[in-house]
Structures are given as C-alpha cells and as structure tokens.
Design a protein around this ligand. Structure first.
Ligand SMILES: NC(=O)c1ccc[n+]([C@@H]2O[C@H](COP(=O)([O-])OP(=O)(O)OC[C@H]3O[C@@H](n4cnc5c(N)ncnc54)[C@H](O)[C@@H]3O)[C@@H](O)[C@H]2O)c1
Length: 438
C-alpha cells in the first residue's frame, strides 16, 4: 500500500509561543531563539532545527533535515508571550536565573526587556515557595480562566499572530490526584465555578488554551492537562495536547540505560538517584508537596521500561529511590549521581555509576522549541488530543486511556520520526534488511 500524505495547512504568518512561567527555562529558551535568529548561536539540542530524517531504503540516500521535510514555522516568524506572578521582564528574570552569562545576555538586552509577563493566575496554596505579586483577581476560578482567554485573544491580535501554542514553563505545583472533578468536561467546568481546591492554576491555563484553539504542552509534572476532562475537551475542540514534565537530565539518562539493560537481559537489583540543584525550581521542589509531584513523575519510568511482570527473574522487586536536594551554591548547574546495581550471568552483581554535571535549562530550552513547533505542525495537520509521538520529550508521557506510556527513548524517537514520515506520506522505516527483498 502506498502511503498518502496528510493535508497540512501551510505554516504561513506568525506563530506566538506563550509560556505560563517566565523563569529559568522560558528565558533561556527565548534568549536562545533570539540569539540563533541573529546568527550568534546554533540550535544545539533541537531536533526540529538540526536533525535529519532518513526516507526510503538506505541505498536511496535520502536524509533531509526535518525542517526541510515537514512544514514547520520558521524561527523568524516566532513571537513570545508569557504569564508570571513575578513581574520581571525576560532580561531581569534571565539575570536572576543565572543560567546565561552576561556576555550572552547583553546583546539581547533590549529584546528581552521588551518581553513582559502578563499577570498570572496564581495561588500560593499550589506553589508554596513563590510569593507572587503580579497576579489576577477574579470572582471564581472560572472567571480567572476567562481572563486568560481574554489575554490569549488580546495577545494574538496585538502581535498579529496567525497561530498560537502554549508550553507550560511554570513551577511544579503540589501533588493532586485525579478525581471526580477531573472526570468530565461538565464536572470540571462546574468545579471551576465552585472554586474546587483540586482545580490548580495550571489546569485553568490548559482549559483556557484549549478553548482558544491553542495547543498545550505541559513541561512540568503537574496534572494540568492530564485529565479525562481536558483530554475530552481537546478532542472536542480539535486541539493537540501533550505532557508531562520535560525529560532533560537524569531521567533522560535513565531511559537510555534501562532499555540497554533490558536489551541484553541483564537484571536490576536497585537504582539510586540523587541530585543537588540550587535554582528556583530546586527551591520549589524543596517543598515536600511539590517534590511528591516530581517524584511520581521520575519514578514511573523504570517499571514501564523493564516490565518486571514479564521478566520477574530479572526485575521483580528492584529498589528505586530518587532524591532532589536544594543546594543554593549550584544554581541551575545541577549535579546528579546514579548508582545502578545490576545483575549478570549466574547472578553476579555489577555496578554502573553515572555522575552527570548538567545545566538544567540548557537541556530544557531546545525541548520547548521542538514541542512548540511540532505541536503547531500537529494542529495544522488536523491532529487533536494526546500527541503520543511527542513522548520523546517527556519524563511522564501521557497515553490514551488504558494504554501504558512508552518511556524507552529510542522507541519514542522511532515513533516521532515515523509520525513525521506518515504525515508526509513516506514509508515507515522497519529496518528490515534489503537482502529480504531480492
Ligand atoms: N529545567 C529542566 O531541566 C526541567 C526539566 C523538567 C521539568 N522542568 C519544569 O519546568 C518548570 C520551569 O522550570 P524553571 O527552572 O524555569 O523554574 P523557575 O522557578 O525558574 O521558573 C518557573 C516560573 O514559573 C512561575 N510560575 C509559578 N506559578 C505560575 C503560574 N501559576 N502562572 C504563571 N507562572 C507561574 C514562577 O514565578 C517562575 O518564574 C518547573 O516546573 C520545572 O520542574 C524543568
């Protein structure tokens, strides 16, 4: 069967990228895009800008850049907007975040100063360590969400945008378990009107974006858009959604090493992960209620990759511990240590140690760009609801009802690239050798 391409609206006009949250990740992302536009940096870490995609048989030697293969918005067509409960403009916020050096920020100062956050929907109950002053007030959560819709429309008009996408770069909220108020659109909307405590600000942004036809990507582990109610709303409104929690440092490594152990049928006795982190995110995660949200996201990966129920001799009962310690001197330069106790032939124990000195926001920024551009592509291609092909970017990927999320980075990468091939009417790559087709 010859595949046929999907009809995709062209990426004409301007794309507005809205970030609830204008902290370390968002400002590093914005500054990076502007620096690339001015020819001062290369888009390192971004698949949409740097990766190629193989098409057809190997012998055909067709491997265009992804951005030449699928119709993505160009970087010059992007405009930025944000909400934050702290009124700092993007320059001030970037300086405070301490990720980028002055020599990189100084040439972008005027541009970054022009990006000022809109007042946020914020409630300290959900993020205890942030003291927000630049905050909306309203009669109910529903009213606050309607104000966000108004912001979205006003931004779109003021910046003459053709399309918008949103990527949550706000703080990690306290842990919320999905309940009756998240089970249907009607229950959710009633709960907004009733100011129900299980409706967090991140959910109001998600609702407002979906209602305005704005694809929504969730970079934090917050429940946010990962509820039956908002998934149903996204399908009803024809809007792509994805989440949760950018897969950047330690978990990214985990989803590389765990599939390697399983591929070789090596056992796992335990995996101990610890981090020191000194940025504002680290401070927020120092609150046990916010950490619980992050912990759930970080713990989920190993079980789904290793499948102890299928391989009890190798993986039953392994121990998995994750710690994040707030340690101010390190700023955004996180250091992670992993101790992995593995088991080999005849049960002999071995150890792998990983010491990853990473820069959190430097790893996260290209993910924000890719998620925004791919979500905009998905929208123009008529896709809606959960975009599982974007699982590649998330620690705790959303999956359809009753489905296990896919955590293995290489399966996720294959799924992403095969989705792009499918959209453009190219054959899926199966890696069957040519010798089978004499
Ligand atoms: N950097 C990474 O590698 C990484 C990886 C995975 C997830 N994340 C998540 O991304 C998010 C952003 O990380 P960061 O390092 O930029 O944190 P940050 O603390 O520097 O920035 C978060 C910003 O969000 C704002 N905020 C809080 N509540 C808000 C609300 N209701 N509306 C709008 N803004 C709000 C805060 O005031 C702050 O400025 C965090 O949730 C973090 O856990 C980051």
């Amino acid at each position: 069967m010859t595949p046929s391409s999907v009809s995709i609206r062209p990426a004409a006009g301007r794309l507005g990228i809205l970030t609830p949250g204008l902290g370390a990740v968002a400002t590093t992302f914005i500054a990076g895009v502007e620096s690339i536009r001015r020819g001062l940096s290369k888009p390192i870490g971004s698949l949409t800008q740097m990766a190629t995609i193989r098409l057809g048989q190997r012998a055909e030697r067709r491997a265009p850049l992804i951005r030449d293969f699928v119709p993505l918005a160009g970087l010059d067509d992007i405009v930025f907007g944000a909400w934050d409960p702290i009124p700092d403009d993007a320059y001030t916020s970037a300086v405070k975040a301490g990720v980028l050096e002055e020599r990189h920020l100084a040439p972008l100062k005027d541009f970054l100063q022009s990006i000022r956050p809109m007042p946020a929907v914020f409630d300290q109950h959900y993020v205890t360590r942030i003291h927000g002053t630049h905050v909306k007030s309203g009669a109910s959560k529903r009213d606050l969400a309607e104000q966000l819709r108004q912001d979205i429309r006003a931004f779109k008009a003021a910046h003459r945008c053709d399309r918008l996408v949103a990527v949550w770069c706000g703080s990690t909220e306290i842990f919320i378990t999905p309940g009756a108020v998240h089970a249907s659109i009607e229950a959710f909307e009633q709960a907004m009107a009733d100011n129900h405590p299980d409706i967090a600000p991140s959910m109001l942004y998600a609702w407002a974006c979906i209602m305005e036809g704005v694809p929504y990507c969730n970079g934090a582990p917050n429940l946010a858009v990962d509820t039956l109610a908002l998934q149903a709303l996204a399908l009803r409104e024809g809007v792509p959604i994805s989440g949760k929690d950018f897969k950047t440092g330690q978990t990214w490594m985990k989803t590389v090493i765990a599939p390697a152990l399983k591929a070789r049928m090596l056992g796992l006795a335990g995996w101990y992960s610890t981090n020191i982190l000194g940025n504002r995110d680290g401070e927020v995660l120092d609150d046990p209620a916010s950490f619980k949200t992050k912990e759930a996201s970080k713990l989920s990966v190993l079980h789904t990759i290793l499948q102890p129920e299928m391989y009890p001799d190798l993986y039953e009962g392994f121990s998995h511990v994750v710690r994040i310690n707030y340690y101010p001197p390190r700023g955004d330069n996180k250091e992670g240590w992993d101790n992995i106790d593995i088991v080999g032939w005849m049960g002999y124990p071995m150890q792998i140690k990983v010491n990853f000195l990473c820069r959190d926001s430097i790893l996260a920024a290209p993910l924000v760009l890719d998620l925004a551009l791919f979500s905009d592509l998905a929208h123009r291609a008529g896709r809606s609801g959960i975009q599982e092909w974007l699982s590649f970017y998330y620690k705790s990927p959303m999956a359809g009802a009753g489905l296990q999320p896919e955590h293995d980075l290489f399966i996720q990468q294959t799924k992403l690239k095969n989705t792009l091939r499918h959209l453009m009417g190219e054959e899926q790559i199966t890696h069957l050798g040519l010798e089978y087709f004499p």
